[in-house]
Design a protein around this ligand. Sequence first.
Ligand code: 13P
Length: 255
Amino acid sequence: MRKKIVAANWKMNLKLAEGAELVNDLYNTMPALSNNCNVVIAPPYTHLLQTATQLAVIDHVYLGAQNCHHESSGAYTGEISAGMLRSTEVDYVIIGHSERRQYFGEDNELLARKVNQVLSNSMNVIYCCGEPLEIRDAHTQNIYVEQQLKKGLFHLSAEQLIDVVIAYEPIWAIGTGRTATSTQAQDMHAHIRSVIADQYGADVAANISILYGGSCKPSNAAELFACADVDGGLIGGASLKADEFIGIISAMIKS
Ligand code: 13P
């Protein structure tokens, strides 16, 4: 059975003390999770050690990172390797977020190398895909997302894919307040699952978690998570406030 997951992507927000306070508030109000119902928190790199210590006492809540370098070590000033992340107890690494693709020029080929780094260091990948507005307006989003999946992930074996979660984040819905409708989300999630089924078979496709991201809030989470192929969410803005993030987690538990 595939897992339900709600993951927080803090992006470049919160100072160290603010991050500690947020995780403390989450700890105090976290509803009961389970093996099949998990939470991931991905703070900035500077918060990882602190957050690891805090999360050690919260069941089924895992530490995430927002990026890693595509090489294992070397003269790459300012960069962080997957091995370093693993050494701070990171379990999930977000790869291919649209902000990395857009502002840092990361393409599918580079992302495939990052995926390999994460998996070879015994962590899970949250692989992001999603189309910009002009692609949605041209109705070519299915083929666009398919290419992101094929180029970034399809070099993996079926066994390796077990450690991959997919996040569909339409760029036009990120931070805009304009959420995809539940029909738009379900249609794309079903498409992603069918593309995986074609490559890896129905069993693998049925077991992979596909998260929705883009202006997900407590007020729309229940409707999105009720969709058959939506297995949770990757949350930006609403993950920075404990009550809102808990509201989204509660919607996942009930879904
Ligand atoms: P928002 O929830 O702020 O729209 O961000 C979504 C996102 O990019 C999560 O990775």
